[in-house]
Write a protein that binds this ligand. Structure first.
Ligand code: B12
Ligand code: SF4
Length: 485
């Protein structure tokens, strides 16, 4: 089968879904090509479609991105004959969008590595492809909803992700000094704003939640990249990197230090960092761990535990931060503002103050987006903060979609989000915060937000050697993000 994969915009981060899907399809004998919307002019896609003539076009999409991708699919369907499949988080959590969109032939409602090649095989063999597990398929005017297949039992089974297809489709991505990897999938925690709660519910009884690749596989993947592309910093996208068994971390640290020898970063949860204790953090630091993403989320402990279901105390977060800093591991404190509470800005200012006290290497905040299927979506609806069918934007870095009692709060929290990192870094500005966030200067603050973000990542934390060469790429991204809705 000839399969054309399409996604919207890499935003400087590897789309691992594309790499895994591509390698699985190729291993099963399919021909696979990739089109990234932001990389090429749209008119070229028509030439590409005519020349390549794909049997299947597969779109990978998060919520928000699905809007331009569905529009593109509609347009392509008018001119070409192919089978269209949507996968990724939007298809997983809102599979019913197939009902509203007649141009969509199938949606993949979970992991695609094993089932997408099976769908292709059945189509090619003339078998009942509309009954393929995990897919909802439109066939002869009817939508067949099939049960989820099992989770891939272990990631060791999967072929190395096909990174080449990504770097060929977007050569500038291949030239960036930071590259992203994934050593494991899954997280058992129940944070109410995270996709994992619903995901684990959907897959209950269908396999292990947390699955790892072996340290050897991960190191070989990194070395494959090092031999072909510039690489200064290795960043892990795992939901919770530090969740791995101690022996996995020991083996990985040894191999990483001996065979890679670069700086790396990953995700931790404050209590897990504590549980790993001094020996783990000191070992990881010695292997090159230079900074971590750590969820702080909300400085109001009651809101953090009752609404965000964090199951952590502020004290644990403080101890974890101190432990990491003691071993020279920097921290990016991740926070969520604009929560469904009666006094959102007051709560957010508590979060700001807690962050100022923590003194992380970078304070970062996101505006709460109650993604479909997440417990916080249900909570927001039940408590009158979310109504109707909200239009999800492609990025949650812009404004809140919750309904607050005061219009002024919308502006204030949008502005606080933009200035959050700068305020954490320069506490001298704290007394002026309420004044600054009340000013109608959001476009300026938005520019400050992205510049600060870029500076912290590229210069302060990741220490990219040839950053000057990346400036044109990030300038383009900066303007794309400014206008993104
Ligand atoms: C890395 C990452 C990013 C990266 C790369 C994006 C990506 N999708 O890969 C970046 C930094 C760009 C990113 C950005 C955002 N992200 Co993000 N991100 C992740 C993260 C941590 C890992 C993604 C990943 O590689 N997963 C591993 C792969 C293998 O799994 P997968 O993507 O689900 O793909 C499997 C299936 O879905 C399916 N599949 C996928 N595509 C296709 C296509 C076809 C045709 C088929 C058949 C199957 C299929 O098969 C794949 C293999 O099994 C996930 C959480 C997670 N663990 O998934 C959040 C996640 C995807 N992100 C999320 C969000 C909300 C965002 C942002 C919108 C947040 C923001 N701050 O604005 C932005 C969007 C930015 C923008 N567009 O401007 C949400 C999405 C929720 C939703 N309903 O869409 C997630 C689920 C986390 C969460 N908060 O719950 N993100
Ligand atoms: S710890 Fe992180 S990955 Fe796990 S459920 Fe909570 S937010 Fe999601």
């Amino acid at each position: 089968m000839k399969v054309l994969l399409i996604f919207k915009d890499s935003v400087a981060v590897e789309r691992m879904a594309i790499c895994y899907i591509s390698s699985a399809l190729k291993a099963a004998g399919n021909d696979v090509k990739l089109w990234i919307m932001n990389v090429n002019p749209p008119e070229k896609l028509h030439q590409y479609m005519s020349e390549y003539g794909p049997d299947i076009v597969g779109y990978s999409s998060m919520t928000g991105e699905h809007i331009p991708l569905v529009a593109l699919n509609r347009e392509l369907k008018e001119q070409y004959d192919f089978f269209s499949v949507f996968g990724g988080p939007h298809a997983t959590f809102v599979p019913q969008f197939i009902e509203e969109e007649a141009s969509v032939d199938a949606v993949c409602t979970g992991e695609g590595d094993l089932v997408f090649p099976e769908l292709c095989r059945r189509m090619e063999a003339g078998e009942e492809y509309w009954l393929t597990p995990t897919f909802d398929v439109r066939y002869e005017g009817e939508i067949h909803r099939n049960l989820l297949g099992d989770l891939t039992p272990t990631l060791e089974l999967l072929d190395d992700p096909d990174r080449q297809i990504l770097y060929d489709a977007d050569p500038r991505l291949g030239k960036l000094g930071t590259k992203y990897f994934m050593a494991a999938r899954g997280c058992p925690y129940k944070c109410s704003y995270c996709f994992n709660v619903k995901y684990n519910e959907n897959y209950k009884g269908k396999g292990k939640v947390v699955r790892c690749r072996t340290p050897r596989q991960v190191i070989d993947e990194i070395k494959w990249v090092m031999e072909r592309y510039p690489l200064d910093h290795v960043s892990f996208l795992d939901d919770l990197f530090i969740l791995k068994p101690k022996e996995w971390l020991v083996e990985f640290s040894r191999l990483f230090k001996e065979e890679v020898g670069l700086q790396w970063s990953c995700t931790v949860r404050a209590n897990t960092a504590n549980l790993g204790g001094e020996t783990t953090i000191s070992m990881l630091s010695d292997s090159g761990l230079s900074w971590v993403w750590m969820g702080v989320e909300c400085g109001d402990q009651k809101v953090a535990n009752e609404i965000l279901v964090r199951d952590l105390t502020n004290n644990e977060i403080t101890q974890a931060t101190q432990l990491l800093h003691k071993y020279n591991v920097g921290t990016i404190a991740q926070n969520i503002i604009g929560l469904p509470v009666p006094n959102p800005v007051e709560t957010d200012l508590k979060t700001l103050d807690f962050n100022i006290g923590l003194r992380p290497s970078m304070g970062h905040s996101s505006i709460l987006y109650p993604y479909p299927g997440s417990p916080i979506e249900a909570y927001s609806r039940e408590h009158g903060y979310l109504e109707g069918e909200p239009e999800y934007m492609e990025t949650n870095k812009r404004s809140s979609m919750l309904k607050f009692s005061s219009q002024k709060d919308q502006l204030r929290l949008e502005n606080l989000h933009k200035l959050f990192g700068v305020l954490v870094r320069f506490p001298i500005l704290r007394p002026y915060t309420e004044f600054l966030i009340g000013l109608p200067l959001t476009p300026l603050y938005r520019a400050i937000f992205y510049l600060w973000y870029g500076y912290c990542f590229k210069i302060k934390l990741a220490k990219i050697k040839k950053f000057h060469k990346e400036i044109p790429y990030f300038t383009g991204l900066f303007f794309r993000m400014l206008v993104k809705s």
